[in-house]
Write a protein that binds this ligand. Structure first.
Ligand code: SAM
Length: 297
């Protein structure tokens, strides 16, 4: 018989409690049982739990134990908040939990969170998709105990020369830097290593493929760090005096027509849409679902 309780798999963001979504915070406030990934989610977040809620750190729990606690609680009609770091869809081992919930016909919902990649980009003040520099972000990890599926080795991904975000792999920094250079990234490709973004001991190490591994070793960073590789994280892109040519996005360009604005005319919310055309990748659609005045990009 289907249970009365419900499980929420919640993305808690990278660490800073203020990066919780309002929805995540509300559910944590109301949950009867909190199971949180205490290696990557701060205790401060679990402390939002209401008085009397049962709180478990999952770092030392194996999957069967986590699921036992969860299933027992939902069978008693309770709300369970399973709190994970960043966004649950990335390296969150959520599928194995969801399959058990499906089998047991438990009602569950996923609440997205701010992934470490976006928190790191914010701290770096980096746009990961700079026009004519990189329009693609690959999120991956280096091969370790978990084998990579065919075609997903770093050397294969390196062919794209896109922005690469590498999770769970900082202990392999020397090997990664060498492999990427062998696969075609130039030694001066910018690299940023973001350690414990959103935590009080956050550190950002910047370098190039040629020197980043030594810097990471000197900083003694061996876990909880994200590696971002690519020209898009080069700090010189931000320098307004730099000679580096930066293409400007068409989106806000005054001489560019797209769905919500006609070239040289500001907003065209009332314009006849018939003569709009597809240009430069912003496809002109039929009537927008949302009023143009409510859309910022
Ligand atoms: C098990 S994965 C979880 C990823 C998470 N689901 C996300 O969306 O960010 C853990 C890895 O994510 C990255 N990570 C998670 N939190 C981080 C943080 N606060 N700062 C830097 N990297 C972090 C690191 O690469 C770490 O090894």
């Amino acid at each position: 018989m289907p249970s009365q309780g419900k499980v929420y798999i919640i993305g808690a963001g990278p660490g800073d409690p203020e990066l919780l979504t309002l929805k995540a915070k509300r559910i944590i406030d109301e949950a009867d049982v909190i199971i949180y990934a205490d290696s990557l989610v701060p205790a401060e977040i679990a402390r939002f739990a209401k008085p009397g809620a049962a709180v478990y750190g999952s770092k030392d729990m194996a999957l069967p134990e986590i699921m036992d606690v969860t299933l027992r609680a939902v069978s008693e009609g309770k709300i369970v908040a399973r709190i994970q770091s960043g966004d649950p869809s990335l390296y969150g081992a959520t599928l194995e939990q969801m399959r058990i919930l499906e089998r047991e016909q438990v009602d569950y919902e996923i609440i997205p969170g701010v992934s470490a990649i976006f928190a790191a980009a914010a701290v770096l003040k980096a746009e990961l998709t700079v026009p004519e520099v990189s329009q693609t972000v690959i999120m991956t990890r280096a091969e370790g105990r978990v084998p990579m599926p065919e075609g997903e080795a770093l050397v294969d991904l390196a062919r794209h020369q896109s922005t690469l975000a590498i999770f769970l792999s900082v202990t392999r920094m020397f090997r990664i830097a060498n492999q990427l250079q062998e696969a075609g990234y130039s030694p001066d490709t910018p690299v940023a290593v973001a350690y414990r973004v959103g935590w009080p001991d956050e550190q950002i190490i910047r370098g190039t493929l040629a020197d980043i591994a030594g810097k990471v070793r000197d900083a003694k960073i061996t876990l909880q760090a994200l590696i971002i590789v690519g020209k898009a994280v080069g700090p010189e892109l931000l320098n307004p005096d730099s000679t580096e040519q930066v293409a400007v996005s068409h989106l806000y360009s005054d001489d560019y027509t797209h769905l919500y604005r006609r070239a040289g005319q500001g907003s065209h919310a009332d314009a006849d849409r018939a003569d709009l055309y597809e240009a430069g990748g912003y496809e002109v659609q039929p009537e927008p679902a949302t009023p143009a005045s409510a859309v910022s990009d």
